[in-house]
Design a protein around this ligand. Structure first.
Ligand SMILES: C[S@@+](CC[C@H](N)C(=O)[O-])C[C@H]1O[C@@H](n2cnc3c(N)ncnc32)[C@H](O)[C@@H]1O
Length: 377
């Protein structure tokens, strides 16, 4: 489960060789590792290191230089910044040559590829979202589980997600935790590989038009349009993310086949008609009644034979294997305060889809823990 975090050399463990002992220790400590990583992305460490050279002209910077450039503590004898950088070395995010004050840090190939802003494969927005929104919310897990709602204190440090979606919090001084564009970037980093897989694994040959609802920056539509040249797509979201979507679609060179449309999917108007309607990480945002409402609206917006596709971190039907789906469900409970949001299994999806009138369903495994639940009309 946490294999990538396991020490390569366990010989220092003298009091127990038990795998369970080590696993419990890892589980207790993993938040610190995650925090060190997400902070490194948020502060732009990898972006800083991508082109710089130290005083000797070698690629990389000393810990003192990193501290100066990122506005961290530079007092002589302060070890914190070196410790933080060495955590990132142990995670293979950074390379280090030399030791102590002579150490020089540079990006690993993976960090250079995925964690530098402006790189086409940048996926760090997700880590920033986790740093700014999810971590603070997780502090209140106990209260949320006791009372069923997030305490008032949580709202003072993280903008309510509804404000983020509507764009209101962006003007209230919250950092990226309340900025709809930052949120869209975070979602882009999170789900693009799953959308790319959907774009080739689903049989699009029978269809001509796609509408993605809650499409954020338009990533799903762009993935499908790029892989399926016959498809004409429209990404629908609230007006607050319109600009981010226009920009993304333009960057991908797909403005001729991906339209950006404003919609409130909970208002009284029916969904615009499409052969295929998709929702990426949307149904899990809401409680059961709203999930079913969205399924009903999607059903009404499809022709006979049309398909509705939910891309999610679906929980396995037995609710014991897909750890990330189960954790995501808790994240949603905290994030969508008051909505009773939850992630769900394919079995549950099928029962709701058949209830609203769909005739059959299909499960498509995508990348990592992500799947697509398909319902055919
Ligand atoms: C969890 S994000 C998913 C984004 C994207 N589908 C993805 O998977 O990367 C939820 C999206 O739903 C949008 N959204 C929330 N409420 C909405 C509403 N009432 N109408 C339309 N979009 C909405 C948000 O703006 C946000 O982009």
């Amino acid at each position: 489960m946490l294999g990538s975090l396991q020490q390569r050399d366990n010989s220092y463990i003298t009091n127990s060789e038990s795998p369970a002992y080590q696993r419990f220790q890892e589980l207790a400590r993993v938040a610190g590792v995650s925090r060190a990583f997400t902070l490194s992305v948020k502060l732009g460490l990898y972006t800083l290191l991508q082109n710089v050279k130290d005083t000797e002209g070698l690629p990389g910077l000393s810990s003192q230089q990193v501290a100066q450039r990122l506005g961290l503590q530079t007092a002589p004898g302060f070890r914190g910044v070196s410790d933080w950088l060495d955590v990132l070395v142990s995670l293979d995010n950074l390379l280090r040559s030399g030791k102590g004050t002579d150490a020089v840090y540079s990006n690993s190939a993976d960090a250079q590829r995925y964690l530098c802003k402006q790189r086409p494969e940048y996926m760090g927005g997700h880590a920033v979202l986790y740093h700014d929104r999810t971590f603070p919310q997780l502090l209140f897990m106990e209260q949320s589980l006791r009372t069923g709602v997030q305490p008032e204190a949580a709202r003072s440090i993280v903008a309510p997600v509804m404000d983020t979606f509507a764009g209101a919090a962006g003007t209230q001084g919250f950092a990226s935790g309340g900025d709809p564009v930052a949120f869209a970037l975070g979602m882009t980093g999170c789900n693009k590989p799953a959308f790319q897989a959907l774009a080739v694994q689903f049989d699009w040959s029978r269809y001509k038009t796609l509408g993605d609802f809650g499409g954020s920056a338009g990533v799903l539509c762009c993935c499908v349009a790029a892989a399926q040249p016959h498809m004409v797509c429209a990404t629908h979201d609230l007006p607050a993310v319109h600009g981010a979507a226009e920009q993304y679609v333009q960057q991908q060179g797909l403005t001729d086949r991906v339209k950006v449309l404003d919609v409130d999917f909970f208002d009284d108007s029916p969904f615009p008609k499409h052969d295929v309607i998709t929702m990426g990480m949307i149904l899990h945002d809401w409680g059961l009644q709203k999930k079913k409402l969205l399924l009903r609206k999607a059903f009404a917006g499809l022709p006979p034979g049309g398909a509705f596709i939910a891309v999610e971190v679906l929980i396995d039907d037995g609710r014991r294997d897909n750890l990330w789906g189960l954790v995501m469900s808790l994240d949603m409970l905290l994030e969508f305060e008051g909505e009773n949001s939850f992630d769900y299994s394919f079995e549950e999806f099928t029962s709701w889809a058949l209830e609203v009138g769909f005739s059959s369903t299909q499960l498509i495994r995508l990348t990592g823990p992500n799947s697509a639940a398909v319902a055919y009309k």
